[in-house]
Design a binder for this molecule. Structure first.
Ligand SMILES: NC(=O)c1ccc[n+]([C@@H]2O[C@H](COP(=O)([O-])OP(=O)(O)OC[C@H]3O[C@@H](n4cnc5c(N)ncnc54)[C@H](O)[C@@H]3O)[C@@H](O)[C@H]2O)c1
Length: 277
């Protein structure tokens, strides 16, 4: 039996993280598309990692429970990486909420029951959630702690009709949910954190850059403090730190990695975006 790393969402960001924490462990690669998991497995196996694949739909608790069972078959689950998601240009409102909001909450809940002592998890949220206006104290509390099965029925979630808003609230919920789960995860000796990246060059980002909001995104990148998009490896480096022995005093926290775009959006050259986003 080995320590097990579970990666859900086997795209470039997820792979970059798995490469940094997966050496000597068994890496479970789960994705909605079996083909995406298989491609990741081939790349990782050729780089010396031990892997297995499984098709998983995080919007289904049943599917997540099968993933948990599959992972435990190889040993104690030491790390969870959630890099699965759909973007505002890829899916309708209901789908975004089911995958990005509800699916992440179920993953946190189910893996929080079995994560092993000394373990850690990272959830990929988004800078997009930081642009949403303030929620009420009550709404924050509900998103952090409401029973998972009640989340999609909260009135302020049910009334969302816009895909960008659905994505932003899902990503805000990820951050709050991580904070809410820090206590149950700590009782098993594990840490859990989220990372909120801005545009990172991956196929998902490429869809966004080609989508209806593409031109705005390109202009935003040019005017941002870093003047460029990020790379999956930069997110991987941050996740590695959080999941390493050096990150043991960090839990329930969110980390923006956005080349300064959020700061600029509120206080710098990107303030012009406030009228449109
Ligand atoms: N790329 C960016 O610019 C960027 C920025 C901020 C946040 N993010 C977030 O990072 C995460 C990973 O994005 P990426 O850019 O690597 O995208 P990607 O499309 O390369 O990877 C996402 C993966 O999630 C899988 N997936 C989709 N729905 C799923 C489901 N229901 N169950 C299981 N798997 C599912 C897809 O099949 C895909 O392989 C997403 O949550 C995204 O919102 C990305």
């Amino acid at each position: 039996m080995k320590d097990v790393v579970v990666l859900v969402g086997t795209g470039s960001i997820g792979q970059a993280i798995a490469r940094r924490v997966g050496a000597g462990k068994h890496v479970v690669l789960g994705d909605l598309k079996q083909s995406a998991a298989d491609v990741a497995a081939e790349i990782l196996e050729e780089a010396g990692f031990e892997t297995s694949t499984i098709a998983v739909d995080i919007s289904s608790r049943e599917s997540i429970l099968k993933l948990v069972e599959h992972a435990q078959h190889f040993g104690a689950v030491k790390n969870l990486i959630n890099a699965a998601g759909v973007s505002p240009s890829q899916a309708p409102v209901e789908k975004i909420l089911q995958v990005d909001l509800y699916g992440t909450a179920v993953l946190l809940e189910e893996f929080g029951k079995i994560i092993s002592d000394g373990g850690s998890g990272v959830i990929i949220s988004s800078q997009s959630g930081h642009r949403l206006g303030a929620l009420t104290e009550e709404q924050n509390f509900q998103l952090a702690t409401a029973p998972t099965e009640e989340l999609l029925n909260l009135p302020f979630i049910k009334s969302i009709t816009d895909t960008l808003k659905a994505y932003q609230i899902s990503k805000r919920c990820n951050v709050l949910r991580v904070a809410g789960q820090a206590t149950p995860w700590s009782k098993r000796g594990a840490t859990i954190n989220s990372i909120s990246p801005s545009i990172i060059i991956t196929p998902l980002a490429a869809d966004e850059l080609k989508g209806p909001r593409g031109e705005g995104y390109r202009k935003m990148l040019a005017a941002s403090p870093a003047g460029r998009a990020g790379t999956p490896d930069e997110v991987g480096d941050l996740a590695e730190f959080l999941m390493s022995s050096r990150g043991r005093f960090i839990s329930g926290a969110d980390f923006l990695i956005d080349g300064g775009t959020t700061a600029s959006y509120f206080f710098g050259d990107l303030q012009y975006l406030k009228a449109t986003h």
